[in-house]
Design a protein around this ligand. Structure first.
Ligand code: PRT
Ligand code: ZN
Length: 226
């Protein structure tokens, strides 16, 4: 565990799909930071709230370890890592505090165009390529289907053409990537968006108070947006 801190620390994606919207959301909550977007650490000027700018994959672990108090990350990453850090979503040391309404996509099964989908039962014995092995395995378990999970860190959509998998389980937003790879969506496993993640119980100190203040402001901002 890291040493006690007075100031609240929030982990954000440094660059990528969620980076700008995450910074903009905090700005709308009245948070101002001294350092620029290319720094790892940004000092908060309006409140005792600082930022750590990192790879999105590091955010769940930083919260779990107590290095950061809060983080903005895709639900897909938060839940996938809950299986690596703990025994799944319900056992994770963190939880989703708010859904933020940007970075929307879904984790979906897709198969080559022209192939039929006969429901989860039809997946038995097939190889499914994914970067989300824990979420896929969990879904397969709940469907009581025995399929093979092929783990790929990227370019999952080319696996069926390469012959390394029969179908894929990947994030889909517009569907353009699937179409470009002659794949079609068969089933959605998880609806995803950026979420504010934080501890299961707020600390009973200044950081807990700051979190409550931030949540109140966030609720105001999110309400206006709805
Ligand atoms: O560098 P770092 O590790 O921080 O970033 P990253 O490259 O791992 O993540 P990034 O920035 O690509 O995505 C961050 C988060 O944005 C994801 O974890 C999701 O929660 C969310 N998000 C929203 C998406 C998409 N939409 C999305 N379309 N993440 C990825 N995609 C990819 C998808 O994997 C597929 O390759 O886009 C393609 C599909 O898009 P469509 O529009 O063609 O369907
Ligand atoms: Zn990443």
């Amino acid at each position: 565990m890291s040493p006690p801190r007075e100031r609240l620390r929030i982990a954000l994606q440094k660059s990528g799909r969620l980076a700008d919207a995450s910074r903009d959301l905090l700005a709308r909550c009245g948070l101002k930071f001294r350092e620029s977007r290319d720094k790892l650490f940004c000092f908060g000027e309006s409140l005792a709230v600082d930022l750590l700018l990192v790879r999105d994959d590091d955010i769940p672990g930083l919260i779990a370890e107590g290095v950061c108090d809060l983080g903005i990350v895709g639900r897909n990453v938060l839940r996938e890592q809950a299986f690596a850090i703990a025994d799944g979503v319900d056992a994770a040391p963190y939880r989703e505090l708010r859904a933020l309404g940007f970075g929307r996509c879904r984790l979906a099964l897709a198969l080559p165009q022209g192939q039929g989908y006969a429901g989860p039962e039809g997946l038995a014995g097939l190889r499914i390529a994914t970067s989300y092995p824990n979420l896929l395995a969990d879904w397969l378990r709940r469907q009581r289907v025995d399929a093979r999970v092929v783990v790929l860190s990227g370019s999952v959509e080319i696996a069926p053409r390469l012959g390394s998998a029969d179908l894929i389980c990947d994030l889909v937003a517009s569907g353009a990537t699937l179409a470009a790879n002659q794949l079609r969506e068969a089933a959605a496993l998880l609806e995803c968006e950026a979420v504010l993640a934080g501890p299961r119980a707020l600390p009973a100190d200044a950081r807990g108070d700051l979190t409550e203040l931030l949540l109140r402001r966030l609720d105001g901002v999110l309400q206006v947006r709805d």
